[in-house]
Design a protein around this ligand. Structure first.
Ligand SMILES: [Zn+2]
Length: 453
């Protein structure tokens, strides 16, 4: 009996010492991020010297070079590029939309072509057919749709506390709405911008057509102009004049940028974000912030001379926005190389205050994270819950169904003020919040590296 008590005491002491050591190391991570952080300055260079960086563009190439250079500077064990074939879609000359009423009065509308849209071949003049969503469109007779511009006007539902839920709810309007409208004979599509705000900022994004469907011109419209257009439509017949000059060019060669600290074993923990953006703004929140979270997290672990059990791999993915070829290629090649993947985490929800982690996995995996609640709570990382990881790392699940996937949970309230728009610029990112995000990433990587077998 006495031996058992001594043994329990010893185990208790060991666990306390381990928790104390973890606390000390995590404190060092936060000190390094907050006192010597480089993420903010690096984000400034990415946003201001390179700017937006859609897949296949010169800026995307510049971003690859710049981020590889950063990882090289931090003396990681390996820094390399992974080839990725990416689609190349270009906006062309700035798009134009104008509504005209029966009196000949005109209202110019703020629009942005959706990625994947086709051109109008000159000015396209059509009637407008307003529907709230795809279900409403599908109930109509195709002969009433033929030759018209379908206008999807559903707003974000403000009741959703997490704005990503409102986004997910409306996402099909932009992602699939033009495809459905094209199948039913529409000539073009307008989609109300996916945002909580009513203003004249337009939020673009990808749309996808089935292979057998010929793409039609489609654009997002600002929420204010969507409201104005509805008022005009209420008063009488409206004609829409639309000019768009988009082109889809042949796929081009691009790269994922990868940096590693080698572990004692060859098992891999991936942390990722995407380098590409839309072709407007500076991609500061989406996803420059996530890129800097990852680069900074691996820099901090290296700076603190952390010797991981498993290989810690920072992957800066290309082409999340319009194809996810970076994520697909990384997952496929990992599997083909016979790699063992234990966990992946992504940061792709902006540079706002980190609040915890979404866990895409089993109850056991959720509890694996939850056991560190007291450590994480000290830094306000109290939201540990089941949820979605993120787009770039999702393809790994196809090949590694058992692996744990996490998404850095960030305060989402302001994210859709900026997402996919001209407003997504460096000045909207708070230095301290960005640094805390990087520290949160380094912390969870450290804890999981010590826990996962
Ligand atoms: Zn993103």
């Amino acid at each position: 009996m006495k031996i058992l008590s001594v043994l329990l005491l010893l185990i208790g002491n060991l666990l306390t010492t381990k928790a104390q050591n973890d606390s000390i190391f995590i404190r060092k991570i936060y000190d390094e991020a907050l006192e010597n952080g480089q993420s903010y300055q690096n984000l400034k260079t990415l946003c201001k010297s390179i700017g937006h960086r859609i897949s296949g563009s010169k800026q995307a190439e510049d971003a690859i070079r710049f981020s590889k250079h950063l990882l090289n500077n931090y003396a990681l064990d390996m820094v390399y590029l992974q080839e990725v074939k990416v689609p190349k879609w270009i906006r062309g000359k700035k798009e134009f939309a104008q509504a005209e009423n029966e009196k000949g009065e005109k209202l110019t509308l703020n629009i942005l072509a959706l990625g994947g849209s086709s051109a109008t071949q000159g000015i396209l003049i059509t009637e407008i057919l307003t529907v709230q969503n795809i279900d409403e469109l599908k109930k109509l007779d195709p002969k009433d749709i033929k030759g018209k511009t379908v206008f999807f006007n559903e707003s974000f539902d403000e009741k959703y506390f997490n704005t990503f839920d409102a986004y997910s709810h409306c996402y099909p309007l932009r992602g699939d709405g033009p495809n459905v409208a094209a199948k039913m004979g529409a000539s073009a599509v307008l989609v109300r911008s996916l945002t909580n705000n009513t203003n004249n900022i337009v939020h673009t994004g990808v749309t996808t057509f089935d292979p057998e469907i010929k793409p039609i011109p489609c654009a997002a419209i600002s929420t204010q102009h969507a409201n104005d257009l509805i008022e005009w439509i209420k008063k009488g017949k409206i004609k829409l004049h639309l000019e768009m000059n988009c082109q889809t060019l042949p796929d081009v060669l691009s790269y994922n940028v990868i940096g590693e600290i080698r572990g004692v074993d060859n098992k891999i923990i991936t942390m990722g974000a995407h380098l590409d953006t839309w072709d407007v703004g500076e991609g500061a929140h989406d996803n420059g912030a996530g890129v800097m979270h990852c680069i900074e997290a691996i820099r901090i672990l290296k700076k603190l001379n952390y010797k991981p059990q498993h290989t810690i791999r920072c992957v800066l993915f290309m082409n999340e926005e319009n194809g996810n070829m970076g994520g697909e290629t990384y997952a496929k090649q990992s599997f083909e190389k016979n790699e063992t993947h234990l966990m992946a985490i992504e940061s792709d929800r902006g540079g706002f205050l980190p609040m915890g982690f979404d866990v895409m996995g089993t109850d056991f995996q959720l509890n694996t994270i939850k056991q560190f609640s007291s450590q994480l709570n000290s830094y306000d990382l109290f939201k540990i819950q089941k949820g979605f990881s993120d787009v770039d790392i999702m393809p790994l699940v196809k090949y590694y169904p058992e692996m744990m996937q996490l998404g850095l949970f960030i305060n989402s309230q302001a994210y859709f003020d900026y997402h996919h728009s001209y407003a997504d610029v460096f000045e909207t990112v708070n230095k301290r919040e960005l640094e805390l995000g990087a520290a949160a990433m380094a912390t969870i990587i450290y804890l999981m590296d010590k826990t996962l077998k």
